[in-house]
Design a protein around this ligand. Structure first.
Ligand SMILES: [Fe+2]
Length: 592
């Protein structure tokens, strides 16, 4: 079992060549199947795949001499062989462990995952990334890791971002594929730390993944100039084509955060080259994995949306491998490559009957035959909620200077479940304080630093969450080490945060000082090591409880998590206040 790539040893090369020449027996032969050749976009019949160890030795018709008594034979009559699927961009903090994701990856035919580590890096720092690397090692499939540039609006988080020296240490590891998604605003503003990280990554011969959401024209070109080579953020065909023309590699998203495959599928009718187009999940929800599956669902959906099936397969195999310069090892079925092969019933049905990874059958007909390794996260990673004391209702009071009966307030206004803008709203003052007004759908929102400046809190107002009573809190908050809590009641906000403190991380819904639903997320306060099915059930209960309290978001976990991000427009919150991302600066809560 090997989680990562290695060049074949001289002995292994000799053995592979002997099998190819008919002078030694293969370990595994797949006969009678049609083979998708991703290099020529053909489907070839009459060829046999011979495997020795973890690599492919031969693909062709003259294999008889290498099939002997020690060779295991898979008869793929009527079936189709495709390369193992690759997710070129995902986040493994959604909120399950690597091991649990791998169960779904393995049974569905995904044999390589390239993952971001920003989620763990904010609360746990460099050591958190190391733990992720350890968890990804020696697994039945390959996992590569991108180092997070850690762009944040939080001054506290900014003090604890990764340094160029730490990055260089990580880049020396072969499982580290490069730098993950530096957001575009700090890049074009010339943030020297981010530019240094990009430079060091390129010097190491590795990739810098892009994140150019909403950028176009001159700004987009300025953004990619330092050497950014991909983007998974375009949401329209026009944005995809603009980026492809600039030489960017594009990953169309179909996951929990965004599902763009349907809109972007129109691109299939364009008369352009698609070799730099791919599909990825950018993070996939527990509910999606348990109901739909993983990359096999994404490729199937592309086929259902009338992408040519061979192109759909290439978008999850060779195209990704080529972008990351992994195509000498994975992405296609050819001699010398890793034996990562999925056998499907026909070209239009991405349903794994056999999943072969590193030459070993790891799943059959949806059953995992080689279980992923469970990593034990040390105690130190399960202690990231350092709040010194319990919160009280009074901690969420928004006090206004005496004598005012009404003030104009800058409110975070939900445009969609993820995007916000600022709204200036007149709010009455009573008892010298601002209060939630559920009739106008204005409730409180607070960001509480939990790791480096524990207890530092900022309280503001948000419109559009829909909550009529109670509170919802989460220790999973993007690009920060904050707890985010929203509430129609100060005492329920305190209760929800205190419960997160007890759980050492989690998501909690409460009302009337009663806990209605919760999930414990002990590792870094961002994920659980429970089985995926348990996580999916608990998240469903959280969503249900939130909906019952009036919550309008179909995914309250994400809606709260992105309130602290530097990635999505445009009014955000951290423990030090409100930040307008357009101005990239703190802005006052009370305007007038
Ligand atoms: Fe991403």
């Amino acid at each position: 079992m090997s989680g990562h790539l290695s060049v074949s040893s001289p002995e292994q090369i000799q053995e592979l060549m002997k099998v190819a020449l008919g002078e030694a027996e293969a370990d595994l032969a797949i006969v009678n199947g049609a083979i998708v050749n991703v290099y020529t976009s053909e489907v070839l019949t009459g060829d046999i795949v011979l495997i020795k160890g973890d690599k492919i030795a031969y693909v062709g018709p003259n294999a008889d001499k290498s099939i002997g008594s020690s060779t295991k034979v898979i008869d793929a009559t009527g079936k189709v062989l495709i390369p193992g699927l690759i997710d070129g961009h995902t986040h493994l903090d959604h909120p399950y462990s690597i091991c649990e994701l791998l169960r779904y990856a393995i049974k569905g035919g995904t044999t390589t995952i390239i993952m971001e580590t920003s989620g763990i890096a904010f609360p746990l720092g460099y050591q958190g990334i190391i733990q992720f690397l350890m968890a990804s090692k020696n697994q039945p499939i390959k996992i590569f890791v991108a180092v997070p540039p850690m762009v944040s609006i939080s001054p506290v988080a900014k003090e604890h971002t990764i340094t160029a020296k730490e990055l260089c240490k990580l880049l020396r590891r072969k499982e580290v594929i490069g730098l993950g998604e530096p957001y575009w605003a700090p890049v074009i503003e010339g943030d020297q730390r981010i530019l240094d990280l990009i430079t060091e990554t390129l010097k190491a011969g590795k990739k810098v993944d892009g994140h150019s959401s909403g950028a176009r024209g001159n700004k987009l070109q300025a953004y990619i100039t330092p050497g950014i080579s991909s983007c998974h953020e375009p949401v329209t065909v026009e944005e995809v084509i603009e980026r492809l023309r600039l030489g960017l590699f594009i990953l169309i998203r179909e996951g929990e955060i965004r599902r763009e495959l349907e809109v972007i599928s129109q691109i299939k009718d364009e008369n352009i080259d698609f070799s730099r187009l791919a599909v990825s999940t950018d993070g996939i929800g527990a509910w999606q994995l348990t109901t739909d599956g993983y990359m096999e669902f994404v490729v199937q959906k592309a086929i259902n949306l009338s992408f040519n099936p061979i192109l759909a397969i290439k978008m999850a195999t060779i195209n990704v491998a080529q972008h990351f310069a992994l195509d000498d090892f994975i992405g296609g079925i050819a001699p010398g490559k890793y034996a990562d092969i999925v056998i499907i019933p026909n070209l239009r049905t991405i349903q794994a009957e056999y999943v072969i990874s590193n030459g070993q059958v790891i799943a059959r007909d949806g059953r995992v035959l080689v279980s992923p390794r469970k990593h034990t996260f040390p105690k130190s990673t399960q202690n990231s909620i350092h709040l010194p004391k319990n919160f009280e209702a009074a901690d969420f009071a928004i006090r206004v200077k005496s004598g005012r009966s009404q003030v104009k307030v800058r409110v975070i206004d939900q445009v969609t479940e993820l995007v916000t803008r600022e709204a200036l709203i007149d709010i009455p003052v009573s008892d010298g304080q601002l209060h939630p007004d559920t009739v106008k759908d204005v409730i409180k929102v607070a960001a509480i630093e939990r790791t480096y400046l524990p207890g530092k809190t900022f309280v503001g107002l948000v419109r559009g969450i829909g909550l009529k009573q109670g509170a919802i809190a989460t220790s999973y908050a993007w690009d920060s080490s904050d707890i985010i809590v929203v509430g129609a009641s100060d005492s329920d906000m305190a209760q929800a945060v205190n419960r997160i403190r007890e759980l050492n991380g989690g998501i909690v819904v409460c009302a009337g000082r009663k806990i209605l639903a919760e999930i414990s997320l002990p590792v870094g306060g961002i994920f659980s090591t429970q089985p995926m099915e348990t996580i999916a059930r608990e998240l469903h209960q959280i969503q249900q409880a939130a909906t019952n309290l009036g919550c309008a978001s179909p995914n309250i976990r994400l809606t709260l998590a992105v309130l602290s991000t530097a990635a999505i427009a445009h009014l955000r919150i951290c423990e030090h206040g409100l930040v307008n991302l357009r101005q990239n600066s703190f802005v006052d809560l009370i305007v007038d």
